[in-house]
Write a protein that binds this ligand. Structure first.
Ligand SMILES: [Zn+2]
Length: 214
């Protein structure tokens, strides 16, 4: 955890709450260990922001990222997709299933946008900004710029995948970016949490703590 920025949030700040969905919480299809613990922290944090965006992983059945779509493959193996390596996951966050719904205790009525991602059957999308081919935009950069939102705070699931990729893309797009690390939980495959911390530090994305704001 590094220095906390000025803790008074302004109208130019936005909280991006990444994928706080049932399938990523204990009991879900792709449970992030202790993923549900972020919910009260995220609720309290969101109440301090005027601008909040929620992302929602939202896959069609038969999505390319599902191991079940590749005969003989198992979850957590990697395949060579047309756009590069792709980790295979258990079926998760299938459109309109209970697993794709937000955690029932997530309470952010003033969230102005729910950005669904991963809708393209042939491309996964960890990041809120670009699909995994790294070229197909979701449109979120344009929305944030048009609304004058320049400082981004990220929280949610999973720290080492969707939060990481979202934070990295946002930084590359020139936003000031902070990851509220104690309001995230990671999957931690093969040291991916440590790799995320190193990568974010290298890009100038501080990992901060929600408790510093309360
Ligand atoms: Zn997914």
């Amino acid at each position: 955890m590094s220095e906390t920025p000025a803790t008074k949030f302004s109208d130019n700040d936005v909280l991006i709450v990444v994928d706080v969905q049932n399938d990523f919480c204990p009991g879900g299809a792709l449970a992030v260990p202790r993923g549900d613990e972020v919910v009260p922290l995220v609720n309290r944090l969101a109440a301090r922001f005027r601008n909040v965006v929620l992302t929602q992983d939202w896959h069609p059945r038969g999505h390319l990222s599902f191991a079940s779509s590749h005969p003989g493959k198992r979850p957590f193996e990697t395949i060579a997709a047309s756009y590069g390596p792709q980790v295979l996951w258990p079926d998760h966050c299938v459109q309109e299933t209970p697993g794709a719904a937000f955690h029932r205790a997530l309470h952010i009525p003033h969230a102005g946008l729910v950005l669904r991602k991963g809708l393209n059957r042939a491309i996964d999308s960890y990041s809120a900004f670009y699909e995994n081919d790294r070229t197909t935009p979701t449109g979120l950069v344009g929305l944030l710029r048009e609304r004058g939102l320049t400082r981004l705070f990220l929280a949610g699931l999973a720290f080492d995948f969707c939060v990481r990729y979202s934070a990295e893309d946002a930084r590359r797009e020139g936003f000031d970016v902070f990851v509220v690390e104690d309001a995230c939980r990671g999957i931690d495959m093969d040291g991916s949490v440590a790799a995320t911390q190193a990568s974010l530090a290298g890009l100038g994305v501080p990992c901060i703590a929600a408790r510093d704001f309360s």
